[in-house]
Design a protein around this ligand. Structure first.
Ligand code: C5P
Length: 230
């Protein structure tokens, strides 16, 4: 079975641009991530269209609410036929367990992963929230708790990957954004890793946006990265 490691972040403002892009590449080359902007603008119909075209879709909506609400939201997402979806580990163990139960509504359940601590938050931001545990320990704790609640893995930065792989074991899915091939611009990403580096550190899947979506020939960019990692 083909198991492409690259998840292209479909960070487009509307359905037309997203679908236009999806026709330039193929489901054999990559999976696709639909985030909050695109989902809010284009809705479930776009997700169904992408799934209908053969793409595995990671629905990146980072659910965070009371357990029963998240349970139902996750069930609704699973029924769209998505391949992967996520919740915030900060929602707590009961919420994550409710999410885990919610994905069982379909025969082939999607992967369910957690966001630990948003990479946009600094140690100072956590302090301001009254959280005194060091950031890396908090990431480890939330990741462990996610696995203990039956989730498949976590989203993590390239910096966190090797530590989490050691702590969580071989079976956990580690989905890593902030990836830049040598030839691509960093854009607004601070701590980046190359695709090879992230995979050798233990990443299961790589989330890559602009180096592919803004490339003049997206299929070519995907080919280049795929060749680099194979
Ligand atoms: O274009 P680029 O490769 O930077 O896109 C990365 C994608 O991964 C974006 O959709 C971004 O929102 C997402 N992401 C991230 N860093 C995180 C979590 C998600 O860049 N810590």
């Amino acid at each position: 079975m083909i198991d492409p490691k690259i998840i292209v972040a479909l960070d487009f403002p509307d359905q037309r641009q997203a679908l236009e892009f999806s026709r330039k590449i193929t489901p054999e080359q990559c999976r696709l991530k639909v985030g909050k902007e695109l989902f809010t603008s284009a809705g479930p119909a776009l997700v169904e269209a992408l799934v209908g075209s053969g793409y595995d879709v990671f629905l990146d909506l980072k659910f965070h609410d009371i357990p029963s609400t998240v349970n139902k939201a996750v069930s609704a997402a699973a029924k769209l036929g998505v391949w992967m979806l996520n919740v915030h580990a900060m929602g707590g163990a009961a919420m994550m367990q409710a999410a885990r139960e919610g994905i069982e509504v379909v025969a082939r359940r999607p992967f369910l992963i957690a966001v630990t601590v948003l990479t946009s938050l600094s140690a100072d931001d956590l302090h301001a929230l009254g959280i005194t545990m060091p950031l890396d320990q908090l990431v480890d704790r939330l990741a462990r708790q996610s696995i203990d609640c039956g989730l498949d893995g976590v989203v993590c930065s390239a910096r966190e990957t090797s530590g989490l792989r050691a702590n969580l074991g071989a079976a956990a899915l580690l989905v890593t954004p902030g990836i830049r091939p040598e030839w691509a611009a960093a854009n607004d990403q601070q701590r980046i890793a190359t695709p090879q580096q992230a995979l050798s550190d233990g990443a299961s899947y790589l989330v890559i946006g602009r180096p592919i979506t803004r490339h003049e020939d997206p299929a070519k960019a995907l080919e280049l990265i795929t060749a680099e990692i194979s």
